[in-house]
Design a protein. Structure first.
Length: 244
């Protein structure tokens, strides 16, 4: 595959982002800028898959309307004729490998979601952990005024895929330590926090950690103070971006 000097430089820039990344959101945003340039594209979005809830979360985007992405979160991700099929692919995949363009344009998904932001031709890249669970994705779109993506575009995404996968694996493993650092938690508080996130009762947490119920509740009170929350529902919401 012959790449221009600019394309090679953009590819190198992407790989540098993956190596230096300390935050999954910033990584995906930095890569989004580079990918739009590399692939001569117009729109970018990226999600992290939440397997327990069976939905896409933690979106980041470039050149897309936030309110339209809100409609995707609330409705269209559950009425999406292409994305979940594309998510089964181990390599970069174009929308038209899943559905012909003329058929896509007839769908509610295209007419009431994609077309609103000018998304016409699309390619997606999904990366997976060792168990085969989807870690995150890149979704890149061109407007109708441009030409469709070609095999060379998919090949460029496949070049960066291992770096994307390894970076997301690394960030996932570090997220617990980042949480400790961000909120000033002790190691014991972090252990309690993980069990709280798993919906265990105070008594069950105390028994699992071999501490008294009183000590357990003291840890929980301090966790709530450090995280500036007042109830467990707030805790679950706050922890959504973290891999615990």
């Amino acid at each position: 595959m012959g790449l221009s000097q600019r394309q090679w430089q953009d590819t190198v820039t992407l790989i540098e982002h993956f190596s230096a990344a300390e935050d999954a959101y910033k990584l995906r945003m930095d890569c989004g800028h580079a990918l739009l340039r590399l692939l001569n594209a117009d729109h970018f979005a990226s999600y992290i898959w939440q397997n327990d809830k069976q939905q896409f979360a933690e979106p980041c985007q470039l050149n897309l309307d936030d309110s339209n992405l809100g409609r995707y979160k609330d409705y269209f991700q559950f009425h999406d004729p292409i994305t979940h099929k594309m998510r089964q692919c181990s390599k970069a995949v174009s929308v038209n490998q899943i559905m012909q363009q003329q058929d896509l344009e007839k769908t509610e998904f295209y007419q009431d979601f994609l077309a609103r932001d000018g998304m016409h031709y699309g390619v997606n890249l999904y990366v997976f952990d060792e168990s085969g669970e989807n870690l995150a994705d890149f979704r890149i779109w061109r407007s109708k005024a441009r030409s469709n993506f070609e095999a060379t575009d998919l090949n460029m995404l496949d070049i960066i895929a291992p770096h994307f996968r390894n970076s997301m694996r690394r960030l996932s493993k570090k997220s617990g330590q980042l949480l400790i650092k961000q909120f000033g938690l002790t190691q014991r508080e972090y252990e309690v926090l993980k069990l709280l996130n798993g919906a265990l009762s105070d008594q069950a947490i105390a028994e699992q950690l071999h501490i008294s119920l009183s000590t357990c509740r003291t840890h929980i009170r301090r966790i709530y103070q450090k995280l500036d929350i007042h109830q467990r529902a707030q805790l679950i919401s706050l922890l959504t971006p973290y891999q615990l």
